[in-house]
Design a protein around this ligand. Sequence first.
Ligand SMILES: Cc1ncc(COP(=O)(O)O)c(C=O)c1O
Ligand SMILES: C[C@@H](O)[C@H](N)C(=O)O
Length: 372
Amino acid sequence: MVTKVVDLRSDTVTKPSEAMRAAMAAAEVDDDVLGADPTAQRFEAEMARIMGKEAALFVPSGTMGNLVSVLAHCDTRGSEVILGDNSHIHIYENGGISTLGGVHPRTVPNNPDGTMDIHKIVAAIRHPDGAMYYPTTRLICLENTHGNTGGKCLSVEYTDKVGEVGKSHGLKLHIDGARIFNASVALGVPVHRLVRAADSVSVCLSKGLGAPVGSVIVGSKAFIDKAKILRKTLGGGMRQVGILCAAAYLAVRDTVGKLADDHRKAKVLADGLTKIKQFTVDLASVETNMVFFDIADPRITPDKLCQVLEQRNVLAMPASSKSVRLVTHYQISDSDVQYTLTCIEKAVEEILSGNAKFERLTNGITTNSYGH
Ligand SMILES: Cc1ncc(COP(=O)(O)O)c(C=O)c1O
Ligand SMILES: C[C@@H](O)[C@H](N)C(=O)O
């Protein structure tokens, strides 16, 4: 008997649809390093059109999309990038921009809404008179939606303002748009308008959109030409990549329209969690598909709760020593949401009554925590 698992660890867990698998099997392919895989070429042209940029490039992951973009903009020794202290690039990408790219990070505090104060961005820009001492600022990075603050949307007005700051100081703007379509849908702003101020954007196809692998970066033709070389340098040149692009094409075509429902399900989850008195969740902060909730009772740790939930085939992710993250996606149904809420209520009762068992299931799916 196949046991259904309600996987709320992340939207990175989405699995390819049957249509995607069929499209992958039937994809017209060629050697993309030697020429251009026809399916990759068509997909990249379509993504450039959708995002309102000149060109696009399929990359194996969001991490590589961000790394290639930063390295393409900061291709001179001594470059510095201004980015959020709670950004994915700064926290979860192994410091790749420094270790592999020699680019110096200059962090500015992320606000609870995912933004960085504009005046603090300006203050972080290195003055050219200090060249004997300072790195040279060349790039500003934003993240939309912002993952670690709960999937918060950066407005188009804010993004445009940061773009103006960049332009007035001769800087480029990159957006880590892993979930840019979630932001576009939640804000009701077309994605090409939301990123108009950016010189480059990295878009994840393998998260809420449901493709099995990959991201796509967009920008000017000159930027993409540099990015293509950097992708190859990093080992990301792929041969018959049309197989992956075929699935990615369907992900963009078929799943963007489902993101609003992911956001609705997240709000249903959050609303249900407010009824559990040991938890606190800020309903207003649930803007897209992420729900973070804090646990006030020290007897209930995020790890313990996730382990007990795992025994009922509900997977969640500890987000810190006191909080848990749940992420909805189109493969989570409304009944999965209700089942999850019931399991959480029972898990809390079991833990508080001392009846909870914490041994990990031998065949259990590991619940990884990625604490801060
Ligand atoms: C905001 C954000 N940017 C970038 C990434 C990196 O994407 P990938 O896991 O495909 O490397 C992720 C998560 O995975 C993310 O949440
Ligand atoms: C943890 C992080 O790398 C991943 N992007 C997620 O949000 O699940």
